[in-house]
Design a protein around this ligand. Structure first.
Ligand SMILES: Cc1cc2nc3c(=O)[nH]c(=O)nc-3n(C[C@H](O)[C@H](O)[C@H](O)COP(=O)(O)OP(=O)(O)OC[C@H]3O[C@@H](n4cnc5c(N)ncnc54)[C@H](O)[C@@H]3O)c2cc1C
Length: 201
């Protein structure tokens, strides 16, 4: 399947780790239509094992101290950590139902000691902002003028079948009411009188 992003309003996030989920949430919050693809059957596989499965999500210290503990080129992170500080990270999770505690060395963990709660929170937040999450693998990117304008996904068979149905039935995608990435086979059973008005305005 080929995703065309030249329109500018759609954002494709490749990879549902901590950074991909956060990026997807940020883009969706700014009004983009976001598809996140993750090659594993679930997001956050690595995040789930951080801090020996307890989820050491950040360190409760001042920015300078934080940066001085980054082994190589800590200043590179200055802008990112100014925009979204360790305190912001803690606030992000606390305000979304994940209380945290600070332990020896200012290490911050979820009170539950379950890194999985961090992943669940990110996935829940992304979904509540309308992000579509799909299991798929990006195999190639299309670049034009230094910008990524498209991505070739390996494609799961089920969605490939959906696309095939839409092409075979000559469905005008501009009139489809449902977000395109969310259409599944069950939608084709709602078609009435051999027309496709289920999808139309
Ligand atoms: C054992 C261990 C313990 C750790 N402990 C801590 C800790 O206590 N505190 C801490 O802050 N950090 C810890 N880390 C590091 C932390 O887990 C990582 O920094 C963090 O998970 C990185 O997130 P990410 O989103 O950048 O990358 P990842 O978590 O690697 O996410 C990338 C995602 O992209 C997906 N992907 C890749 N290529 C494709 C493709 N072509 N198509 C579709 N999907 C793709 C992958 O499947 C993956 O889910 C630990 C790491 C490990 C391994």
């Amino acid at each position: 399947m080929v995703i065309d992003m030249s329109g500018g309003k759609e954002v494709l996030v490749i990879g549902g780790g901590a950074s991909g989920l956060m990026a997807a949430c940020a883009a969706a919050e700014k009004g983009a239509s976001v598809l996140l693809i993750e090659r594993n059957p679930f997001c956050g596989k690595k995040l789930n094992i951080t801090g020996k499965g307890r989820g050491n999500l950040t360190n409760a210290c001042e920015l300078d101290e934080f940066l001085s503990n980054v082994p190589v080129n800590g200043r590179f992170l200055y802008r990112a950590l100014t925009d979204f500080s360790p305190e912001d990270a803690v606030r992000f999770f606390n305000s979304r139902g994940v209380p945290t505690k600070t332990e020896r060395g200012n290490r911050v963990f979820p009170v539950s000691d379950r890194a999985r709660d961090l992943t669940d929170c990110l996935v829940r937040t992304a979904k509540s902002l309308g992000v579509s999450i799909r299991e798929d693998t990006c195999v190639r990117l299309t670049v034009s003028d230094g910008k990524i304008i498209g991505a070739l996904l390996q494609g799961d068979l089920a969605y490939g079948g959906v696309l095939q149905q839409m092409i075979a039935r000559k469905i005008d995608v501009r009139k489809v009411k449902k977000p395109l990435f969310d259409i599944d086979y069950s939608d084709f059973f709602h078609i009435r009188d051999n027309t496709y008005e289920f999808y139309y305005d």
